[in-house]
Design a protein around this ligand. Structure first.
Ligand code: C2O
Ligand code: CU
Length: 454
């Protein structure tokens, strides 16, 4: 508490003493079982796995330019590791078991410590058995404040999830072949910040920064706002150069984030965040409204840009990624640890998806890039299901059909049979995972990696 206040004051005065900060003792974050009421009152509580006995995990907040130091204590019955999703950080701190670190065994502690060059909306989550561990609750928001944040009346983070719970409050079994080979583990309950349709009071005339984070295992949210009007100002943590008027419906795939700046314009006494489902729209969170009527205000300025690593498309190395497999996909064989296996043998090992003909993380990287090199990767989704492809360690831009570059992202959705191209500069050395963030798909083979050699 005091430390945050202290940082806030010093940062505002522009004399942030960096060395003093990095000598602070690390903060502690404990992963352990935890019980919480998720189902409506009258139903049993749910046993979760969570960070610091909270679901979502304790919000982590720091300021751009800070250094984060955290001792992660594993009090779970399984090994774990923590990934700081979307951060362009030191590779050794990226939290991927057997790629960047050994998993943290039960009873052990691992110290994560890294610089925070970028401001924005990120999240942290377990990257070990993630289909199970994230579903059980091992995730939380990670907010990096701009040195000069935009002027808003409220800054509200909504971590969205869809969890699959039984009526007795238990979390169902994991890894059934249907989840692995179809759309992934889809839940039966929508949650915002761990609650069913929570309420956040707002006033007319207020300007609100809404940070939406999807922690869903596999569900692709189609969302809309009722009673609030505004702009999209950032995607996956990265500011848009020009804020975009908020459309009626926005898509948030697993792991994606969206920062909105909205004005409270409704005359009604409630506003809503709506999830659009096949049979209509449902409130996933609502906002009791008070105060005197007030119109929408002027368009906000763009958020201050994060450090830029320009992409040299002309001289970029070109690569392709073929996504195959899944039910109705017709994948006949794939290589696993160098061995060619037929579909039946793959299924026996719980493998249903392949990237460039390989199921599971291959021994050799998809690409071995030189530091500073630019690359473009054409991705083809030759399956009957959507996939949310996430690259660690860098943000990429989509190469749009007219050859221009779209906004920076760290996770991109490919619909069935869709082809998309991304490009980035390999500015961050290390071994970076590249995988589907439908966590059941990752578990069932959809993961590869990229090496950036210094
Ligand atoms: Cu959100 Cu590989 O992670
Ligand atoms: Cu997928």
């Amino acid at each position: 508490m005091h430390r945050r206040h202290f940082l806030g004051t010093l940062a505002a005065s522009g004399v942030l003493p960096r060395t003093a900060l990095s000598q602070q003792a690390p903060d502690v974050l404990t992963a352990a079982t935890h019980r919480q009421q998720i189902l409506p009152a009258g139903y049993p509580e749910t046993t979760l796995w969570s960070f610091d006995a909270a679901f979502p995990g304790r919000p982590l907040r720091a300021r751009q330019g800070d250094r984060l130091a955290l001792d992660v204590v594993n009090d779970l019955p399984q090994p774990t590791a923590v990934h700081w999703h979307g951060l362009r950080l030191d590779n050794a701190m990226d939290g991927v078991p057997y790629l960047t670190q050994a998993p943290i065994q039960p009873g052990e502690t691992f110290t994560y410590e890294f610089d925070l060059p970028d401001a924005g909306t990120y999240w942290y989550h377990s990257h070990a058995q993630s289909m199970e561990q994230v579903e059980r609750g091992l995730y939380g928001p990670l907010i990096i404040d701009e040195i000069n944040p935009p002027d808003v009346d409220q800054d509200l983070t909504l971590v969205l999830d869809d969890i699959r719970l039984n009526q007795d409050g238990t979390i169902g079994e994991f890894g059934n072949f249907h989840d692995l080979s179809h759309a992934g583990r889809i839940g039966n309950l929508w949650l915002a910040n761990g609650q069913i349709d929570p309420a956040y009071p707002i006033k007319r005339g207020e300007r609100i920064r809404l940070r939406l984070i999807s922690a869903a295992n596999s569900r692709i949210f189609t969302l809309g706002l009722a009673g609030l009007e505004g702009w999209i100002v950032a995607l996956d943590g990265m500011p848009l150069a020009d804020p975009q008027e908020l459309p009626d419906q926005i898509t948030l795939a697993p792991a994606q984030r969206m920062d909105l700046i909205v004005d409270v314009t409704t005359d009604d006494d409630e506003a809503f965040l709506i999830t659009f489902e096949r049979d209509g729209g449902y409130a996933i969170a609502h906002f009791p409204v008070s105060g005197a009527p007030s119109p929408k205000r002027a368009k906000p300025d763009a958020l201050p840009a994060n450090p830029d690593f320009p992409i040299d498309l002309q001289n970029a190395r070109a690569a392709t990624l073929l996504i195959e497999g899944g039910a109705m996909g017709g994948m006949r064989a794939a290589s696993v640890d160098g061995e060619q296996l037929g579909a039946r043998d793959l299924a026996q090992r719980g493998l249903f998806w392949a990237l460039n003909g390989t199921a599971g993380r291959p021994e050799d990287p998809l690409l071995d890039l030189k530091l500073g090199e630019s690359v473009r990767i054409g991705m083809a989704n030759d399956t009957a299901f959507p996939h949310a492809m996430h690259l660690h360690g860098v943000h990429f831009a989509e190469v749009l059909p007219d050859g221009s570059l779209g906004p920076l992202r760290d996770t991109i959705l490919l619909n069935p049979q869709e082809t998309r191209e991304i490009a980035f500069q390999a500015h961050n050395p290390g071994d970076w995972l590249f995988h589907c963030h439908m966590l059941a798909h990752h578990q069932a083979g959809m993961g590869t990696w990229i090496r950036v050699s210094a």
